[in-house]
Ligand binder design. Structure first.
Ligand code: BYC
Length: 304
């Protein structure tokens, strides 16, 4: 791509790894992409606990495929981050030492099999709302990774919704499970979009650099507008007494997110933060022999 960084951004073209870029842009992209990668990897845990307890072979196969997809997304994203000059091993260290964040949403437990459906419907649904615009993000490797990731996320969203539809046609007990899981995941899903615009330190610069295409509040509103009719079709009530259609705005009004809870969760004090990091650290340590074997093999190949 020819032209200065500013010209490329002004033409709405992509910045590629070898292009010159301001240090702040590089740091922003490393921050966002690596946190996104960590979220995909940590995000395997809540649903992963249900793989051995899935109620049928069909549900187990679907869930396994979905959780494997999340691992794939994480690996894509670590590779995209590495094009900016960081090392995946180092990023993993930053995650397990608590220096880098991952999405708040994965610090909540998946208590019943209905949670698997609700995670697909609401969590993947929110992820799609947030990530589709990122397919046009200014950093080429990130934008291109997002295209495939979004296609897979939309399959995930549909599998979750289909599971919930099936449960809603089942027994009273199954319907209760779906309603309870919806109640627990609704507000944390709205937190995925980040703090309100007025309290988002990174949004203005990220919009100017075309890393982000919409503000946190714009995407949160878009998600609510999509989710309400889906909840109606499913036959569940979203746990927000203020939620109602606003004729004038042509959008849904909704209640205030509990931002104190959000801050607590991203500060490390959510219901499952310690467990998530401990499990990730143990998996990393257990995998040390694989990394050593791969390095030994690569060294042998280099000599041959
Ligand atoms: N949780 O200035 P702001 C998935 C942090 S995984 C934790 O608005 P920004 C899936 C933020 O990092 C999908 N932290 O920031 C996987 C910043 O702190 P730092 C995950 C949050 O970057 C498995 C501070 O708060 N998606 O789909 O402009 C199974 C101030 O925020 C959160 C992505 O990662 C949060 N919710 O905007 C199922 C999307 N929100 O870094 C599904 C990519 C904010 O300054 N990321 N913070 O210390 C983004 O789009 C943006 O980074 C955000 C935040 C919208 C999240």
């Amino acid at each position: 791509m020819t032209g200065s960084f500013e010209e490329i951004i002004a033409r709405d073209q992509r910045i590629e790894p070898r292009d010159e870029m301001p240090d702040g842009y590089r740091a922003t992209m490393i921050r966002q992409i690596s946190q996104h990668a960590h979220s995909e990897i940590i995000g395997m845990q809540p649903e992963g606990t249900w793989i051995t307890r899935a109620p049928s072979l069909r549900r187990k196969a679907i869930l396994l495929a979905k959780v494997q997809d999340e691992a794939g997304h994480g690996l894509y994203l670590y590779s995209a981050a590495e094009t900016l000059g960081v090392d995946r091993e180092d990023l993993t260290e930053r995650l397990i030492s608590g220096k880098q964040k991952y999405s708040s949403i994965f610090n909540y437990p998946a208590l019943t099999f209905a949670d698997v459906g609700v995670i697909g419907w609401l969590v993947d649904g929110a992820a799609i709302c947030n990530q589709v615009p990122l397919c046009r993000s200014s950093y080429g490797p990130y934008a291109r990774a997002m295209i495939r990731i979004c296609k897979e996320e939309s399959f995930h969203q549909r599998q979750g919704y289909e599971l919930l539809m099936t449960m809603m046609r089942g027994t009273d007990g199954q319907r209760r499970m779906v309603r309870d899981a919806t109640d627990r995941w609704w507000w944390p899903s709205l937190m995925m979009f980040g703090p309100p615009d007025a309290e988002s330190p990174n949004t203005a610069q990220s919009l100017a650099w075309r890393v982000k295409r919409h503000t946190n509040d714009e995407l949160r509103q878009r998600f609510v507008d999509l989710a309400v009719p889906q909840a109606e079709a499913l036959g569940v009530t979203l746990p927000d007494p203020v939620l109602r259609w606003n004729e004038e705005r042509g959008r849904y009004d909704f209640g205030e997110v509990d931002w104190t809870e959000f801050k607590q969760v991203i500060a490390g004090n959510g219901p499952c933060n310690a467990q998530r990091i401990a499990q990730r650290r143990a998996a990393h340590e257990d995998g040390a022999w694989v990394r050593e074997a791969a390095e030994a093999y690569a060294a042998k190949e280099a000599v041959a």
